[in-house]
Design a protein around this ligand. Structure first.
Ligand code: ADP
Ligand code: MG
Length: 265
């Protein structure tokens, strides 16, 4: 019996996120040209691709910061932003959209911390204000989260007293404090000095290992190779190729993927 050189990607059970035929325009610009994608619960998907290919827009469509022109995006068994009414899809009421969005944590290139609040205050703001958690429980939980991202000694520091890498770790803890079922990362290390990238990637790897479902837009090919279950390469508003890191990064099938990788590797 021969063992296939490349074993098939094990498709995780029920997808947590499912995009089907997603199209998005900005005016005449056709930014997403039919995105189909499934991300399983507990899966880490890294999204690679050149600047302008639509990666950020796609993430923003997943959490409904942008609306799509056609197609569907599901989180679990709910369509994001819309609901079925009879045979038609209608937009969900705002409070429903807010509820759906809360299930998703997002970490951007820029940390967007509140400058006049300490690390801990930044982390507990959401749970207290939005989830109605008691200040005491929120502080306990917030402290644990900051310890988890390696900032147990910086609870009372203000953002300006922290390095970029530390600020980004606070931003990650702040997103986690809302107990999201899905984390979206949009180039979380791109704005950091090179020596600070590693500490943020280490935290993200720890989250991945803990079973959190993550979609990570990144140019960190080493991280994608080590941490991703699957890697998708996006270009021109389409997913050109998707597979295991070994498939997409080490033996890409498409010329466009090869050209991109040769520029970033
Ligand atoms: P990426 O994250 O892969 O660099 P983006 O999703 O940011 O790509 O952008 C995809 C394309 O959409 C680019 O051509 C960009 O200029 C355009 N774009 C993004 N956001 C907007 C917007 N709000 N209005 C108009 N064009 C936009
Ligand atoms: Mg982007």
């Amino acid at each position: 019996m021969t063992i296939p050189a490349s074993t098939p990607v094990s498709t995780p059970t029920a997808p947590l996120v499912r995009a089907e035929g997603v199209h998005k325009y900005f005016g005449d610009l056709h930014v997403l040209q039919g995105i189909d994608l499934e991300v399983g619960a507990g899966e880490v998907l890294c999204l690679l691709g050149p600047s302008g290919s639509g990666k950020s827009t796609f993430l923003r469509c997943i959490n409904h910061l942008e609306t799509i022109h056609s197609g569907r995006i599901w989180l679990g068994d709910e369509i994001i932003g819309y609901q079925q009414q009879g045979t038609r899809l209608v937009e969900r009421p705002e409070r429903e959209i807010v509820r759906q969005r809360r299930a998703m944590g997002m970490v951007f290139q820029r940390f967007n911390l509140f400058p006049h609040r300490t690390a801990l205050e930044n982390v507990i703001e959401g749970p207290v204000r939005v989830k109605g958690m008691s200040a005491r429980s929120a502080r306990e939980r917030g402290t644990e989260l900051l310890e988890r991202v390696g900032l147990g000694g910086k609870l009372d520091a203000y953002p300006r007293q922290l390095s970029g890498g530390q600020q980004q770790r606070v931003a990650i803890a702040r997103a986690l404090a809302m107990e999201p079922t899905l984390m979206l990362f949009d180039e979380p290390t791109s704005a950091l000095d090179p020596e600070l990238v590693g500490e943020v990637l280490t935290v993200m790897k720890d989250l991945a290992d803990s079973g959190l479902t993550m979609i990570v837009v990144t140019h960190e090919i080493g991280f994608a190779r080590e941490v991703a279950d699957r890697v998708a390469f996006m270009d021109g508003g389409q997913i050109v190729e998707i597979g295991t890191p070994a498939e997409v990064i080490d033996s890409p099938r498409h010329e466009r993927t090869r050209a991109f990788l040769s520029r970033v590797l």
